[in-house]
Design a binder for this molecule. Sequence first.
Ligand code: ANZ
Length: 803
Amino acid sequence: MEYNFSAIEKKWQTYWSERKTFKTENDQIKPTYYVLNMFPYPSAQGLHVGHIESYTATDIMSRFKRMQGYNVMHPMGWDAFGLPAEQYALQTGNDPREFTYKNIGNFKRQVHEAGIGIDWDREFATSDSEYYKWTQWIFTKLFEHGLAERKDVEVNWCEGLGTVLANDEIEISDGIMVSERGHYPVTKKAMKQWVLKITKYADRLLEDLNLLDWPDHIKEMQKNWIGKSTGAKITFKVAHSDHSFDIFTTRPDTLYGATYAVLAPEHPLVLEIASQDELEEVKRYIEITKQKTDLDRGDLNKDKSGVFTGAFAINPINGKKVPIWIADYVLASYGTGAVMAVPAHDERDYEFALKHGLDIIKVIEHDEPGCFTGDGFHINSDIINGLMNDDAKEVIVKHLESLGAGKKEITYRLRDWVFSRQRYWGEPFPVLFDEDDNVITLSEEELPLELPKMTNIKPSGTGESPLANLYEWINIEKDQKRYRRESNTMPQLAGSSWYYIGYVLKTLVGFIPLNTEEAKKELDKWLPVDLYIGGAEHAVGHLLYSRFWHKFLYDLGLVSSKEPFLKLINQGMILGSDNQKMSKSKGNVVNPDEVISVYGADTLRLYEMFMGPLEADKPWNTEAIDGAKRFLDRVWRMYYLPIEDEVPALDFVYNQTVKKVTEDYEKQAFNTGISQMMIFVNDVYRQKVFSKAQAIGFLKLLNPIAPHITEELYQTVFNKKDTIAYQEWPTVDESKLVLDEIEVVIQVNGKLRDRISVKPNEDETLVKKLALEAPNVVKFTEGLAIVKVIYIQNKIVNIVVKG
Ligand code: ANZ
């Protein structure tokens, strides 16, 4: 019979979903295995072949572990709030809800047709109110613990569109920000925003990276993002005034070399200290800076622009007066938003000083031209002359402490998480403001605060969310008092910060309340996630925010593990056949629906796993997918060969295959596992027969990768009633891996002449004797003088003759 993949795949997909084959077991004894893909955003484009790569990898692990006797949880759900649905709604006047749930339906169909084994009873979307009830609840706890507060934060305000824009809706044109849509100017504007104080967790987020089996480069990115920096805070007084400001420096030892100070243009002191003569210039510069992103002001800053304020600061170590400038290379958001500038030993200060003709005083001995940033003996530095960097820092900081003018300080690059979005399609904040603007959080009984339905979503025009247009929703009366709701909503990363917990708590009748013993029991059983697979683009955002939320829930005693995701793998990118990233504009996108209809899901899965290591980027190759299909055809036909009770000739390769595939799956080296299965299939064809144990064992090995064909063969060839999914994983018979005989080749004067079979590690004299007696060797040595016989154990006999 033909290998009719479409009928077979449909049949088994129906079988699995009708019987809920992949439902997590209600079992207290088996060890648990929680394997998870990163939360998909259900876009209108549907699944990408990269999704299939990631989902197949976790599906292999879940099927493999299930057969090894684990109770496996492999859930899926939807990161359903977010910008594209909002934009669609704004453009078409439609409800983002409808659009989103329609996309979810399509994604789900595709996951189903790829044969991914999911426990669908645990499915939910972040936009389901029974889920976001608990996202809101967590927010109220963050607020109660002082980790959520309202602050003036700069947002990207676009007057032309009457709305606030996300960073990815902005382009840079001639060094200034414009909206992607319409190219209207965008400026920074301060607005009251909810902020989550992730910086309070900076040290723990840094330290606990040690607990994680994650790729080194991701840990490194998180480390850099957190950016712990040790230095000192030093206070400079402003001459002829009562003002003073703090600077943050990592090089307090260079204090004697400070020849000017720089404040960020946004620094609150700037307008207070600017002299009358300089005020206009200063104001103009502040306005220009508002149109620049931090990136343009930091790493990309080439022009080193700046303006003198007309004021002077006093260096606390020697009382020297230095000019105070403002410049955009100093960021308001880092350290104290002010620096002491040491042009002799800091590159940025050096370029700035050259451009603006400021003094340069060398305080470290060196022979290099220009700026020197290395270590050396200090000079021109009074109390630290002759000391090296580390000692000098210590002496200076101690001295500043005694003067009350400075202290040791640790700064982080990590910023608090701006948690408000001026959007409709997100979780409403569970708060009320009273008439004095005091915040009152809603109680658990009042949650969820449902996102009201809106038929015609449009910007409020004031920069607030479209919800601000809903007067009756925003303004309420409670106990004869008037309150206002928050019109902002939470960011998309809120719901995805704890969704792996949501899966554990989701049941067919709703979520087990997060704050109960019952929830704790389940969470202790399943967390942390054993294996997490997803794209590297989430290296800092999602992975850092969910680590933060998890640690907060840990502090509340709701979870017992310090970290959410134990092992992380970033799957590589599947590129187009032109080796470029797949994109519509390049016309190199491969649609999984089409591949499945032409080749079947098993072939697509096998092909994607065989393309190369999971972590590597790899180009699509249509010929290679034909090869994958041919392999499955060969497997299908193999089951028409005679199947006997025992075929000892295949014992070795069979056990070798079980061993290699098991070890390879264990480390997610799926491509090499597949190679070994190909070796086995070739050997079976050579023997033209295999045993029942070998035939069934092989189906189990291949099942995680190609689940449909293996289920079908298992059922039809062996007359089985049950799914293969819960059958026991094959074991290795080590005794079969010891070979009885091995083949040794014989060369005469470097030419291959014969082969003999001997026991492994056989006595050397005996092997040499047998070699010399081999019929074809005799033919080539007869009548000649044997000069030398060399035996390389278990491999080769070399005979050298003369005459
Ligand atoms: C004086 C100095 C002398 C500095 C020297 C460096 C070398 P990291 O290591 O990244 O933490 N800095 C401080 N706050 C800043 C801000 N808001 N915007 C831009 N630059 C700022 O860098 C710390 C150094 O970056 C600080 O140490 C300060 O320059 C600058 F030979 O102070 B340094």
